[in-house]
Every structure is written in C-alpha cells, then in structure tokens.
Design a protein around this ligand. Structure first.
Ligand code: NAP
Length: 281
C-alpha cells in the first residue's frame, strides 16, 4: 500500500481562502500582536511567516522585537499595554524565550480572551476541564482540522501521541480525547514504545527525533508527523521515516508540507475566533 498524503499546504490554502472571504466582510479588521525577544533565527522565520500570512488574509498586525537582554518588567509592560488596547484582538509571545525570562509568568500576563496561542493557565484550565477555552494551541487545532478535512474518523480510535510538551503533546492528546478517541501519551521514559505504537490507529509524533518507521506501525494506520528538525546535512525532516511508513499507513503527513502550514492555519482561525468572542458576533 502507498499512503495518501495529508497535504497540509493544500488544506491550509483551502481553509485560509474561506477565512479570507469572511474577513473581507468584517467592519473592523482583527489585529494580531506578536512579541519576539532576541534574535533567534528560527523564531524570526516563524514570526515573519505568521505576520505575512495574517496580512494575506486581511488581518492587521503589530510586531515588537525586544533585545535579548530585555527584562520581565519591560515585556509585561508591553503585554499590559496590548491587553488594555481594545483594538488588539490577539497577543502572541514567540517561544522559546531567553533563559533569564520566566515563560509561565510572561504567558500568564496575556488577557485570556486575547491569548491566541491558548497557552495561559486560564485557557489550558478551561480546555482540560471541558469549559470552552477561548483558544487551544495552534498545532493541535491544525492537526484536528487536517484530519477532519480528510474525513478521518476519530471517535473510538486508538490514538498514540508521542511527546508530552505543553505546546504540542498534551493539548493534542486532550483534543483527541475531546473527539472521543482512546488516547495514550508516550514520552522519553515510556517503556516498550514500539509495541504501544503498534496498537495505534492514529500515531501523532511530536518529538524532534527520527522515532517512527514502517516496521513499528499497524497496517492502515494514520500517521501525523509534527516533528521538524534538520539532518546533519541541513535537510528539513520529521520524526517519521517517510518511505517505510508510507508503505504501511493509509494516510501520512509529510515534513515539510504537513503539520507546519496547518499550525499557521490554526493560529489564523484562533485569531478570528477571539475576534468573534470579543465582538459578540
Ligand atoms: P519538546 O518540548 O522538546 O518535547 C518533546 C517531547 O518528546 C517530550 O515530551 C519528550 O519526552 C519526548 N521525547 C523525547 N525523546 C523521546 C523518545 N526517545 N521517545 C519518546 N518520547 C521522546 O518539543 P515540542 O515543542 O513538543 O516539539 C516537538 C517537535 O515538534 C519538535 O521537532 C518541534 O520542532 C516540532 N514542532 C512542530 C510544529 C509544527 O508546526 N509542525 C509546531 C511545534 C513543534 P519527555 O517529556 O520525557 O522529555
């Protein structure tokens, strides 16, 4: 068997076109505010991609780049200013932050109703207790949107999520639980990972290492590859050995062109959602 590709690029284009049409009809354009601390090259690329996509859709954007040695007080002051500015719809602090800054403290200064990444304690609390969060993390939202676009049934499926970060693994597991899947979360201390993966109807790998291959997958399973990293020769790759996995799986997301574009899509939909909540539309 050769798996069907879960094409994140194509799906993202389709969904964002619909969003763009919706934005055209709005009286006031939603505004996305992004805060970056330091000069991390990968972060700058991600931020530029988010700003560019938001502008293409018709959102307005505000961007502040603080120096790498910025203090917590300076950053919190900016967030507070945006919280109090009624024209700002969503606030995103690009992660990771430099080591001297307390990530949790800073993220939790964002007004939950403007928390476009869904990472404040308020929104995670609402998410994990089934109380309509204002937003959920963008990669998670993007993964679920991608699978739904391909009409992949989630209810009752055995889903194995590899990775338990607050950014990807945990919220993704929670989202599948919400979809009535049976979810197993694996991590670096999991014993006999391969035999757990073998039970999965859907495998989501969010590790950052080549960890999944065709030999350990169940026939016809769905494979979602979240990982992105560079091989020693500089090529961008994911957690899954694509060649062998695509011989066994029924669907597989490639890297690049799978979950990456869907993460930005999740962000854009989150912003629109916040706008609708804030304006009561
Ligand atoms: P992270 O915070 O480093 O988490 C990695 C997770 O993988 C941890 O839970 C870790 O377990 C687990 N892990 C590490 N080695 C393992 C092993 N040998 N077996 C099983 N589990 C193992 O990373 P992240 O932020 O979640 O991101 C994960 C990957 O996704 C990265 O490659 C990142 O670049 C990528 N990513 C992609 C997108 C996208 O849009 N496509 C978005 C976000 C992230 P412990 O908790 O036990 O340490």
């Amino acid at each position: 068997m050769t798996a069907e590709i879960l094409d994140g690029k194509k799906t993202s284009q389709k969904l964002l076109q619909q969003l763009q049409d919706e934005v055209k009809g709005l009286m006031h354009k939603p505004i996305l505010a992004i805060l970056l601390v330091g000069e991390n090259q990968a972060s700058k690329i991600y931020v530029n991609a988010k700003l560019k996509k938001a502008a293409e859709i018709g959102f307005e954007t505000v961007f502040k780049n603080f120096p790498a040695d910025a203090t917590e007080d300076e950053i919190v002051k900016q967030i507070t200013e945006w919280n109090n500015d009624k024209t700002i719809t969503g606030i995103l602090v690009q992660l990771p932050l430099p080591k001297h800054l307390d990530e949790h403290l800073i993220l939790n200064k964002i007004d939950p109703i403007k928390d476009v990444d869904g990472l404040t304690v308020h929104n995670t609390g609402r998410f994990y207790s089934g109380q309509n969060p204002f937003a959920i993390p963008c990669t998670t939202r993007g993964i679920i949107m991608l699978l739904k676009e391909y009409n992949i049934e989630l209810e009752g499926k055995n889903v194995v999520v590899i990775g338990r970060s607050n950014l990807v693994g945990k919220p993704t597991a929670q989202a599948f639980l919400y979809e009535n899947a049976t979810v197993t979360i694996c991590h670096s201390k999991t014993r006999d990972l391969e035999s757990i993966i073998k039970t999965a109807d859907i495998v989501v790998s969010a590790v950052g290492e080549k960890i999944v291959n065709g030999k350990i997958l169940k026939n016809n399973c769905v494979v979602v590859d979240v990982g992105i990293f560079r091989t020693p020769d500089g090529k961008i790759t994911g957690d899954v050995e694509f060649e062998s996995a695509s011989q066994v799986a029924s669907y597989i997301s490639p890297v690049p062109g799978g979950v990456g574009p869907m993460t930005i899509t999740g962000l854009m939909f989150n912003l629109m959602n916040l706008y609708l909540i804030q304006t009561g539309a």
